[in-house]
Design a protein around this ligand. Structure first.
Ligand code: SF4
Ligand code: SF4
Length: 168
């Protein structure tokens, strides 16, 4: 079955599935975490290539992006400006100085659903939505926080429910 990519439908469906997802998270926590990792990894491998992120761009439109020191250096070099100028123009740093984020949502570098700095994009952008990583069960809160936003997450979770015969 082709994965769903209609953002309005996914948002509405997420709202309707709120209670179901609460139960599903509790259910997942009781399962073998290595088996869940393997199922999620395989579903992600199957679904991700079928989703066209350039028709979505929802993460880039709605997330606050962390920018690490080496991200800032790489992006500045890519844009051919100094790191100081890059940070002044694009970055906001917490008053404690320990957290730097892109200072605009949607992201400065999103244009027509495409990343204009793709080769130099921050580490966090490369990793999102993170379903290839181990310890899925340890990241349920963050993953489900993006369930209504990211079609990859939405479809992987819905397929995972089917594979596990959840609710049957
Ligand atoms: S840097 Fe690129 S991938 Fe990251 S949020 Fe901005 S547009 Fe999206
Ligand atoms: S990662 Fe998810 S939210 Fe981001 S563009 Fe791709 S499908 Fe959309």
């Amino acid at each position: 079955m082709k994965p769903l990519q209609d953002l309005a439908f996914i948002e509405q469906s997420s709202f309707e599935k709120e209670d179901e997802n609460l139960l599903f998270k509790q259910y997942l926590q009781q399962q073998n975490s290595n088996e869940i990792d393997s199922l999620v990894y395989n579903l992600n491998e199957e679904i991700s290539p079928q989703i066209d992120c350039t028709k979505c761009g929802n993460c880039c439109r709605s997330l606050m992006i962390n920018v690490e020191e080496n991200d800032a250096e790489r992006l500045a070099e890519h844009l051919n400006i100094s790191k100081e100028d890059f940070c002044k123009k694009y970055i906001e740093t917490s008053s404690e100085g320990n957290l730097s984020v892109m200072n605009k949502i949607p992201c400065h570098f999103l244009s027509q659903n495409k990343c204009t700095v793709y080769e130099a994009r921050p580490h966090e952008c490369r990793e999102f939505p993170g379903l290839h990583q181990p310890n899925f069960n340890a990241r349920l809160f963050a993953t489900f926080m993006h369930y209504s936003r990211c079609p990859i997450i939405y479809n992987v979770i819905e397929m995972l429910k089917k594979e596990l015969a959840f609710g049957k």
